[in-house]
Write a protein of this length. Structure first.
Length: 599
């Protein structure tokens, strides 16, 4: 007990030491910073994209020409980078940083879309204002040819306002009050020149006010867009990731120190254990010698036990075969008795009819003798004629000739049935049962159903025999498989009128299949995988040895085939046997061995 305890403690200690070594090795293993480096690269790329986005927004805000330049979707590019970062992120803290960046990106994207819409309205208002100012200047110039009043005010205002339209958005807040004052004087100056210019001045004033309103809204949105902190959030995420990488490197260095001292201690322990192992090997050699002796003795005992088991198995298999043969002989005897009975009855009836025929024949001979005499007596001739007519009339009334013909035909039919049964019995169970030969399974099915007819007396049997090729096999063994399957199906019937279907079909050109289907009680799911095991049976005690399907399985396996079963309790069972057209070469050797064993 103490020795076992020491061994267990030693094993536990060794496992602990090995586990600690593996733990330290894992802790000191090189860290793959490829993903982290890639993440830093993506963050720098996002930072650059954010800067380009700001520059692009500023450029677009100051472009009032109305030309549609190609637009770069910075938001989509940054979202792709962000999705890749989120997929590779491992630490929860970094994921939270990325969530902050994603919220900032959403805010900036929404602000940029609003800025873009406002800029589109500003461009439209700028074009309208420029057009209205140009129209006002042209009308004023036209009126200037008819009136001598000074025209410097309106053209100067229009020109100055048109130049203010294209000024940068950053200076709009400072220029807006002056532009509003100049826009407010447009109508008054126009009317002062000529009343007919009032409408043009009003249109120019309205266009100017619309531009100022749109530009003011765009300026507010641009200010909001410019002050969003997406770049700062990206920079913070990059710093967080860099700090995590530095912490990982510091931790690896610390665990390397631990590993060094642990390896030194482990080396000392290993030296001690090596000395213990050297002393234990001598004890182990002695133990091995004793163990080899015990193994030799046990092997000899097991060999004897295996030999006895094989002999017992052979006896049980032979017993099962004799039992099947006894059932078959009993059925055949019953089948022979039936035609023999009505052959006997036919012969007895013929014997009973013979006296009448003999009497008619005797009277016929008397009549012929009288007719051959030189001087026939008329009285004797008439009496003989009347007697013969009476006998013939009775035979005609009793249909003696027709009955004799029918009885003879029935007797011959019964004898033919006996001949067929004996021929099938000889083919089914011939003495060369282990001989390998070419065999058509359809013939075996017919012979089996005929032999098993007494067992199938209250069962409807349906045959579907396909066009199958002959196979090379041991015919008697295949017949035994068929008989075992049909008998099992018959014994599984629990219905007043059972039904068995035997089907044969070809599987390609290299195999055939035999299917036996019944509508019996079925087999439970938990018992189905064991039905081919030796001595396993679902029948009541004393009604089965459990070897029928086992023998069938063994025969099919030796022929290079397979046997499968599927069943539904209460519905029935289907057993399918698949046999190759050309069996393995080992079949012939096994047949010779089986023949020698039976002999």
């Amino acid at each position: 007990m103490n020795r076992n305890l020491r061994s267990a403690l030693a094993a536990l200690g060794a496992a602990f030491l090995l586990g600690a070594l593996i733990f330290l090795f894992v802790k000191t293993a090189g860290v793959d910073f490829k993903h982290d480096s890639h993440a830093l690269t993506l963050l720098r790329e996002m930072k650059d994209l954010d800067s380009h986005w700001d520059d692009d927004a500023t450029r677009r805000a100051n472009d009032l020409g109305g030309a549609s330049a190609p637009q770069t979707d910075f938001s989509a590019m940054m979202r792709r980078d962000l999705a890749e970062l989120d997929r590779d992120a491992a630490a929860d803290s970094f994921r939270r940083e990325l969530a902050q960046v994603r919220r900032g990106l959403d805010e900036k994207d929404a602000a940029f879309k609003a800025l873009r819409e406002a800029h589109a309205q500003t461009v439209e208002a700028a074009l309208a204002m420029d057009e209205s100012l140009r129209t006002l200047a042209q009308l004023t110039a036209a009126r200037g040819a008819s009136y001598s009043r000074s025209l410097i005010g309106v053209p100067g205002l229009a020109e100055q306002l048109r130049s203010d339209i294209n000024r940068r958005l950053e200076t709009f807040a400072a220029r807006a009050p002056g532009m509003e004052r100049r826009v407010a004087t447009l109508r008054a100056e126009s009317v002062a020149i000529h009343p007919s210019l009032g409408d043009a001045g009003s249109a120019a004033e309205a266009a100017g006010r619309a531009f100022l309103s749109a530009r003011a809204r765009e300026d507010a949105l641009w200010q909001r867009f410019s002050f969003l902190t997406l770049g700062g959030r990206i920079e913070l995420s990059a710093r967080t990731l860099s700090a995590a990488i530095e912490r990982s490197l510091d931790e690896k260095d610390r665990w390397r120190v631990y590993l060094f001292f642990y390896a030194l201690a482990l080396l000392i322990v290993s030296g001690y254990l090596a000395m213990r192992v050297a002393s234990a090997q001598a004890m182990l050699r002695d133990a091995n010698e004793k163990l080899e002796k015990r193994v030799s003795e046990r092997t000899r005992d097991l060999s004897l036990t295996l030999t006895r088991l094989k002999e017992s198995e052979a006896q049980l298999v032979q017993s099962e075969k004799m039992s099947s043969l006894g059932q078959m002989v009993a059925g055949v005897a019953h089948e022979i008795n039936s035609p023999l009975a009505y052959v006997k009855a036919s012969v007895a009836t013929v014997r009973d009819r013979m006296p009448g025929l003999q009497d008619a024949l005797a009277e016929s001979e008397r009549l012929v003798g009288i007719l051959r005499s030189d001087a026939p007596d008329a009285g004797q001739l008439q009496a003989c004629y009347d007697s013969l007519e009476s006998h013939l009339g009775r035979l005609r009334r009793e249909h003696a000739v027709e009955d004799l013909e029918a009885l003879t035909r029935d007797g011959l039919h019964g004898i033919e049935q006996i001949v067929d049964l004996v021929a099938n019995l000889r083919n089914f169970s011939r003495l060369d049962r282990s001989k390998v030969a070419s065999f058509n399974v359809n013939e075996g099915v017919r012979a089996t159903l005929l032999i098993a007819k007494p067992t199938l007396r209250k069962i409807d049997v349906e045959r579907h025999l396909g066009d199958i090729p002959s196979i090379t096999c041991s015919p008697s063994q295949v017949n035994q498989v068929l008989l075992n399957l049909v008998t099992n199906s018959a014994q599984a019937m629990d219905k007043p009128r059972g039904h068995i279907t035997v089907t044969t079909r070809a599987i390609g050109t290299n195999a055939i299949a035999i299917e036996v289907e019944d509508n019996g009680r079925g087999i439970a799911a938990e018992a189905l995988p064991r039905i081919f095991d030796p001595f396993y049976t679902t029948k009541e005690p004393g009604k089965g040895t459990g070897l029928g399907l086992s023998i069938a399985y063994k025969i099919v396996a030796q022929h290079g085939g397979r046997i499968e079963a599927r069943s539904t309790p209460g519905v029935g069972t289907v057993v399918t046997v698949t046999l190759p057209v050309e069996p393995p070469a080992e079949l012939a050797a096994f047949a010779e061995e089986e023949a020698a064993r039976v002999a």
